[in-house]
Design a protein around this ligand. Structure first.
Ligand SMILES: C[S@@+](CC[C@H](N)C(=O)[O-])C[C@H]1O[C@@H](n2cnc3c(N)ncnc32)[C@H](O)[C@@H]1O
Ligand code: SF4
Length: 374
């Protein structure tokens, strides 16, 4: 690693393997292929070694995402963990049914200190709609197993807007999640990509439900903030006392550089965005031959970077410093939004102007932000 002050302090590692493909999922995943896990990890570690100069001397966060990282063959997963640079936060995504005492020990001994569990919902009939393997008991058992292994930073992912989900189902999901006292919760509105098997099967029901989603979102925020969680990002909540925000994702939202390795992984390094190809065959072959993986490059101009910074920064509950972002913001729209009670301007500790959304503005989210952009 070099001492380059511009190098990334956030590292994303993609482990794409899953037991099966859930119908709603649009991530870069590969089903099964246990015989390829070791070869993939060889390639991944080769990419990480090639990219050593892209990382800062001190890495702040590592996020191992998927796919189902915890479905990776144990020896291969152990090798990944052993190759990581030390970091303050090392998160691993885990599917509940994969969490055994052995797996929890492997993660902990490998340096992971945060686990993000994909619960999605606690209603068995809705888990069926999502093609999920894990049931509610698997989620509860996974949390207890991680606690027994001394994990004190656990996050649960839930989704709302599942076809057939009633408001009472959402309340039940939130109550079940809260009963497990996770340090962190992510609540995502289910996204159905056009043209997918899932959208074909459930499109009519999703269209019928879409009007209700704002109300669902408000119910989520009200319930979780009443339970003592900080609504620190549009879809993310954490307990307070110590800073339990997801610092890896905070790096993205605050516009910091990051390095991503593995198939489908994205990096933003200075003004350059890179997207690795999704083919495992092409990835493994290129790195085995000593080449860089197939990837697309996109040069980001200053305006695009500033617009991204505004869009992501306004998702947070902390004011966005506006210095350097003036060209990306429509001053007349700011005046309209502040007048309408959707945004507030302020002055930061350094005396520079800041912008944030009010609670109402955050409920309307993307629509307000788009209007604020120049
Ligand atoms: C990389 S994904 C998958 C992690 C893990 N394999 C799992 O299934 O639990 C991380 C999270 O994104 C969310 N997610 C995945 N697909 C989604 C979709 N179509 N709409 C909304 N959220 C989605 C889920 O909550 C999931 O836990
Ligand atoms: S287990 Fe997770 S990553 Fe794999 S297909 Fe299902 S939602 Fe996608």
């Amino acid at each position: 690693m070099t001492g380059d002050a511009g190098a990334a302090r956030h590292l994303y590692v993609h482990l794409p393997f899953c037991v099966h493909r859930c119908g709603y999922c649009d991530f870069v995943t590969v089903v099964g292929r246990q015989d390829q896990h070791e070869a993939y990890v060889d390639a991944l570690l080769a990419e990480l070694a090639r990219e050593a100069d892209s990382l800062a001397d001190t890495v702040a966060t590592v996020f191992i995402g998927g796919g189902t990282p915890t479905f990776t063959e144990p020896d291969a997963l152990r090798r990944v963990l052993a190759a990581l640079p030390p970091a303050v936060e090392v998160s691993v995504e885990a599917n509940p049914e994969t969490v055994t005492p052995e797996l929890a020990a492997l993660l902990r001994d490998g340096g992971a200190n945060r686990v993000s569990l994909g619960a999605q919902t606690f209603a068995p009939r809705l888990l069926d709609v999502l093609d999920r393997v894990a049931g509610p008991d698997d989620v509860r058992r996974a949390v207890h197993t991680l606690r027994d292994a001394s994990f004190d930073n656990i996050s649960l992912d839930l989704v709302y807007g599942i076809p057939g989900q009633e408001p009472s189902d959402l309340s039940h999901d939130l109550a079940e999640a809260l009963a497990l006292a996770p340090e962190h919760l992510s609540l995502y509105e289910l996204e159905a990509k056009p043209g997918t098997r899932f959208t074909h099967a459930w499109g009519d029901e999703l269209a019928r439900q879409s009007e209700a989603m704002e109300g669902y979102f408000e119910r989520v925020v009200e319930t979780l903030t009443a339970a003592g969680y900080r609504w620190y990002e549009t879809a993310n909540f954490c307990l307070t006392g110590r800073d339990l925000r997801a610092h890896h994702n905070l790096g993205y939202w605050q516009g910091h550089d990051y390095l991503g390795v593995g198939i489908g992984a994205v990096s933003t390094l200075g003004g350059l965005r890179r997207r690795n190809g999704a083919s495992i065959g092409g990835y493994v072959a290129a790195l085995a031959a000593g080449d860089e993986p197939p990837r697309e490059l996109e040069q980001l101009d200053a305006l695009t970077k500033a617009q991204e910074r505004v869009m992501l920064g306004l998702r947070l509950d902390e004011p966005l410093p506006l210095a350097g972002l003036e060209a990306a913001i429509d001053a007349a729209a700011v005046a309209r939004m502040t007048h309408g009670g959707l945004a507030v301007t302020g002055v930061g500790a350094d005396g520079a102007e800041t912008l944030s959304l009010t609670g109402r503005g955050r409920f309307l989210g993307g629509a307000v932000t788009v209007e604020l952009l120049a």
